[in-house]
Design a protein around this ligand. Structure first.
Ligand code: GLU
Length: 318
């Protein structure tokens, strides 16, 4: 029986994977594999308006190119959507959530993981205590309601293995947050908690723009009586102008770099160096397993600029 950590890769099939994904996924893989643990792959495809055809296959191709493997089947988040929604209703029954008829934009944004600049403003609590039931909210407003979770008072503190203690006052900084949208889809914050729990995940390693989502997730773990995983939020990769790489940076997608002739081993070695690890010459993900030490990871973001690109291209040609 494996006693190591259970980690996961959880890409959303909403666009091509880029260098930032490659860096977080490599770190998640190194962290789990170097400790003899298990790694799950889950495609977070609940936000149908953003899922793009062919992206599941593209994502699997990229992971394979990077030489990253996983254990067990590829899980699609949408396969369990019915159950996820049942839990949202249970939170309503228990009085932890309430129906909300506020704007579509505010609520639809909730379905994807909120990366950096996409955080919503603090919800003022307009619908808290307004309706006794979903039916009443429907009848009074003539609209399909979303469900919002009531945040608790006071500071919630979490321990991150890189950032240390992270405190957030959910009431002042976030407000009650959606757990389902008005068209009946389960929101990211609830879905990610339930899926991680269902897959027995004990270690979540992801980009540090999701650090500020973690207290919301820890609150959900506690209300649902589930044990939270350990958290590791790693710095992001930025472009030349200092912007976080996003799916719109198609030119920096792994597929585009591959097509331009870049070798995975050259990219991996550069990413490893960007993490503060010793990596000379082209190296496979597996080559770097031995001696992997998360403690060496620098807490500053990494910039992928012309110099970095040249370094990777030169190493590809050597
Ligand atoms: N699926 C999310 C994304 O690709 C990641 C969510 C997470 O790791 O919690 O943005």
């Amino acid at each position: 029986m494996s006693v190591g950590p259970v980690g996961r890769l959880a890409p959303s099939p909403t666009g091509l994977l880029h260098l930032g994904h490659a860096r977080s996924f490599l770190l998640a893989w190194w962290s789990v594999r170097s400790a003899g643990g298990t790694l799950r792959l889950r495609l977070e495809d609940l936000d149908r308006s953003r899922v793009k055809p062919g992206m599941v296959e593209a994502c699997l191709r990229d992971l394979e190119w990077l030489g990253l493997d996983w254990d067990g089947p590829v899980v699609l988040q949408s396969d369990h959507e019915g159950e996820l929604y049942e839990t949202a209703l249970e939170l309503l029954r228990l009085g932890h959530a309430y129906p909300c008829i506020c704007t579509r934009r505010e609520i639809s944004e909730a379905q994807s993981a909120p990366h950096a600049d996409q955080e919503n403003s603090v919800y003022p609590g307009t619908c808290r205590g307004r309706f006794k039931s979903l039916e009443e909210a429907r009848r009074v407003s003539g609209r399909e309601p979303a469900l919002r979770l009531k945040v608790t008072r006071g500071e919630l503190s979490i321990q991150d293995r890189l950032h240390g203690e992270f405190c957030q006052d959910l009431e002042r900084e976030v407000g009650d947050f959606p757990i389902t949208s008005r068209d009946g889809q389960v929101a990211y914050q609830l879905a990610v908690v339930l899926d991680d729990a269902r897959q027995g995940i004990t270690e979540v390693l992801r980009g540090d723009d999701l650090l500020s989502s973690t207290p919301r997730q820890v609150l959900l773990y506690s209300l649902l009586g589930l044990k939270p995983p350990s958290w590791i939020h790693v710095p992001l990769v930025l472009d030349e102008s200092g912007e976080r790489l996003a799916k719109r940076h198609d030119a920096l997608s792994l597929a585009a770099l591959r097509e331009a002739g870049v070798k995975a081993e050259s990219l991996i070695a550069w990413l490893a160096r960007s993490c503060g690890f010793l990596a000379c010459g082209p190296l496979s993900a597996r080559d770097l397993l031995e001696g992997f030490d998360l403690g060496r990871l620098k807490l500053t973001p990494v910039t992928f600029d012309g110099r970095a690109r040249k370094e990777i291209e030169d190493s590809t040609q050597s």
